[in-house]
Design a protein around this ligand. Structure first.
Ligand code: NAD
Ligand code: LMR
Length: 325
């Protein structure tokens, strides 16, 4: 039997309450793999974690090996294969995700220092807590023992949103849509890009879409979808975020036939700084992520992605003093 250890931070929170159960009931890992799940939250949330643990047990998941609940990051991260950094403050109505930066930065700084000490060098880290791309930069800075390639931030929620909105527009199934990618920051400057998108391998339907719909409806709708959810639910997205984390993890473990969107810090051919976590069109083969550097960008696309880069460079400037430590 093969065992994988998955750590989830913020395990008493909203996203985790969907995520844990998706992972344990899902099919990312093959049948001969058992999962040890390490659940980390802060001390006042230990009571909630105990309830979550009982509920996990009550599901009698065949894939479950064991559960650790803890408020000690070193215990949670030790020997972990996948570290899902969810635990952080969410925004509320009227806030931008970047408004969380200074509140959440210290969480990621402290955890990254401990990850650096106790985690496996091969561990894959997925940063979810907002602002996810810049928190990933903090993790990269303080967890130098983990290769940069093993750190990614969540953009799959944006990619899924874009796919679903396009699917409704064209009355085509989501699984017929490919090569729909989201560039940039997980924020209102992200650029959902239909330039190369195919429906059942063909570009003719997408090419017929009116540009006014793309510019005035599609792009802003995807960019502001998180805020739209908060407006209606009073809380930020949780089940859809968990589903996107599941998809992201699945792509890392099992690779992907389609282009993926994730925040990565890499040299690239698109004139984007390699000192920020930025979402590109990615190819994942044999669990190795590479940027698809072959796309020709229109002037408009280039403008969008440079705007998102500028925002991420501003976020990096805001945390510059933290990165000096
Ligand atoms: P939540 O408030 O329901 O849960 C957050 C949990 O984190 C709480 O249980 C809290 O106690 C815990 N926590 C706080 N500090 C911690 C620490 N130092 N160590 C461990 N746990 C800690 O929030 P949520 O809805 O689950 O969202 C979590 C984060 O994910 C937010 O920052 C939210 O904005 C972000 N998010 C990101 C995306 C994305 O696509 N990147 C999508 C949705 C939400
Ligand atoms: C989302 O996109 O739903 C999350 O990042 C939560 C938020 O603040 O919008």
């Amino acid at each position: 039997m093969n065992k994988q250890i998955i750590t989830i931070t913020g395990a008493a929170g909203n996203i985790a309450y969907s995520l844990i159960f998706r992972i344990l009931s899902g099919s990312i890992f093959s049948d001969n793999v058992k999962i040890q799940i390490n659940l980390l939250d802060i001390t006042p949330a230990l009571g909630i974690l105990k309830g979550v643990k009982y509920e996990i047990e009550d599901c009698a998941f065949e894939k479950l090996d064991s559960i650790i609940i803890t408020d000690k990051p070193d215990e949670a991260f030790a020997d972990s294969d996948y570290i899902l950094l969810v635990g952080a403050k969410p925004r509320s109505k009227g806030m931008q995700r970047a408004d969380l930066l200074l509140d959440n930065a210290s969480i990621f700084q402290k955890q990254a220092i401990i990850i650096n000490e106790v985690a496996k060098k091969t561990s894959q880290i997925i940063v979810v807590g907002n602002p996810a791309n810049t928190n990933a930069l903090i993790v990269q800075h303080f967890a130098k023992n983990i290769p940069d390639e093993n750190i990614t931030s969540l953009m799959r929620l944006d990619q899924n949103r874009a796919k679903s909105i396009l699917s409704n527009k064209l009355k085509q199934t989501v699984d017929s849509i490919s090569r729909l990618i989201v560039w940039g920051n997980h924020s209102a400057t992200q650029y959902p890009d239909l330039t190369n998108t195919l429906i059942s391998g063909d570009d003719s339907l997408v090419k017929k879409i009116d540009m006014t719909w793309i510019i005035e409806t599609f792009i802003p709708r995807v960019q502001k979808r998180g805020a739209e959810i908060i407006e209606h639910r009073g809380k930020s997205s949780a089940a859809s975020a968990a589903s996107a984390i599941y998809d992201h993890l699945n792509a890392l473990v099992n690779s992907s036939n389609d282009w993926e969107s994730m925040g990565v810090m890499r040299s690239n051919d698109y004139d984007i700084s390699n000192e920020i976590f930025f979402s590109y069109p990615l190819i994942i083969e044999n669990s190795i992520i590479s940027i698809n550097n072959d796309l020709k960008l229109t002037d408009d696309s280039f403008k969008y992605i440079k705007e998102s880069e500028a925002e991420l460079l501003t976020e990096r400037n805001i945390i510059r003093s933290i990165l000096k430590d």
